[in-house]
Design a protein around this ligand. Sequence first.
Ligand SMILES: Nc1ncnc2c1ncn2[C@@H]1O[C@H](COP(=O)(O)OP(=O)(O)OP(=O)(O)O)[C@@H](O)[C@H]1O
Length: 571
Amino acid sequence: MNALLRTWGPGLGLAVAACVVLPLALPPYWIYLAIAAVVSGVLMQSYGVIVGRAGVMSLCQMSFAAIGAWVVLRLNLADAPGGLLLWLVLGGLAAVPVGVAIGLPALRIRGVNLAVVTLGFAVSTDIVLNANQFPGTTELKTVVRPGLFSSDAAYFVLAMTVFVLIAIGLALVNRTRIGRSWLELRHSERAAAAHGISVARSKLTAFAISAFIAGIGGGLMAGQLGLVVSGNFAMMQSLALFAVAVLIGPHNTEGAVLGGIFGAVMATILEKLRLPQDLGGILFGAMAIFALRSGVSQTDFTRARKRERNARPLLAAAVPAEEPVPVSPAAGGEGNVLEVRGLSVRFGQVVALDGVDLTVPALGVCGLIGPNGAGKSTLISAVTGFAARYEGSVVLAGEPLDRLSPSARARRGLRRTFQTTAIASELTQEEYLAIVAGRRLPREESEEVLRFFGCPPGEVPVSILDAGTRRLLDVAAAVAARPKVALLDEPAAGQSAAESLRLGRRLAQVPARFGVSILLVEHDMDLVRAACGQVTVLDFGHVIASGPTLDVLDAPAVRAAYLGTVLEETS
Ligand SMILES: Nc1ncnc2c1ncn2[C@@H]1O[C@H](COP(=O)(O)OP(=O)(O)OP(=O)(O)O)[C@@H](O)[C@H]1O
């Protein structure tokens, strides 16, 4: 309750103060502008979901707003029952199927290509709106506001209430798995899929919710103006608000407020300064390019600085991780948890894997080694469903996985890490663990796994972790998800020899301590010796040896494959 009050108290207090003071203090024209700012703020909230949080370049949010306005005006013209409050919701709902339809191409394309598709939709909406008037225009039938909110001052309070309700709704959604998954999407769709997140569902939900909010924003605008024209929802408006969104970061509530104020009052300021209106668009565009280049919006930047300042003492006071006790490498028990049979992968003429057989024993750590280009990462990708096509079979705890997507395989208990980490830096470590594990971990559980891997306390934000610690966090998160098997792709890359050995000793303990079996791709042979009970060696896509670690590393064929490289250096 206290935490809730601390998070929401100041914002709600400001909103209530604005509702009490502004209508009394401002002259009518400024009240009109204040309503426009709140309406703009609601539109910003829709950008906050799709652009700010999910990182999708959508340039057609005003088209969704136009649908909301159209529905409100149509229902108003028909004197439909329920009144404006119900019509607003219906306007938002009407935009949802269109949002989902626009989101469908986003499942296959992204980045600038997707921006072009959404821009295309904005242009088509422009054409349709220019050719057709909004309902009520010819009849001059303006939107009838509810009696309680008929004056502008009262309508401001209504708009503020809608804004606050959406902000609370979004905060609740952001705490769910789907809301958290948007952050992953923004940073890496591959990582999201590897963590069991359905990229399709996550993107379409972002489109649906952002269209719903934009539809409500359009309806609110119709309620403010009485009647609207196509120019209110022009493509250029979508573009200008997109630029503001990228610059400010409306996924943070203060960003939506600032963006709303910018969006609404900029035109008035330019007018007062006798400057051309286009200057606003150019200014926002230029600033958005800077924000896109740095990849961080203003509010994200400010929040990150504050979080980092608060976390530094935690980092300084953190108890150093315990030195892991050397244990025997994890040989595993009876039976195999993962069985790979006859796995072949081709990239055009390149045969990356050719009929590979590999098993991971239940509660064991199995090493997968081989020279550069041997096919180790390709094997991880094929097993976890990331390789577009492969021949052969992958069976996890008796269940064939070959027809399943990467996210479905992850949910069945097959987790992987990548050679390059892509963790959203605005998260704290415990938030990242929650995303990867797919559930909010009890504090003791997340602290235990973080401490075990030598990571700082859970509240420390990812942004202040060095590259080596981020890799450890990735491994810790994969283990915290308690999969049946974690496939780790060079987790010690970038670590010193001593850190690498420490990691090996920790990995050897993972099966017994966390109930997770491991397939470990590594070049560091000391780490492999410390962790792995058995090893499979690949060379040019073929298995050249497999069995107990020390026997395999001593085999002449293996020494020949590595001759002059890793084994000679480390043995
Ligand atoms: N997407 C791709 N397109 C074409 N060829 C690829 C692709 N990915 C991998 N390969 C090729 O497949 C072979 C196996 O590559 P892979 O990355 O799996 O090797 P690796 O053992 O993981 O190497 P490293 O230790 O350097 O990471 C190499 O010849 C590589 O060039």
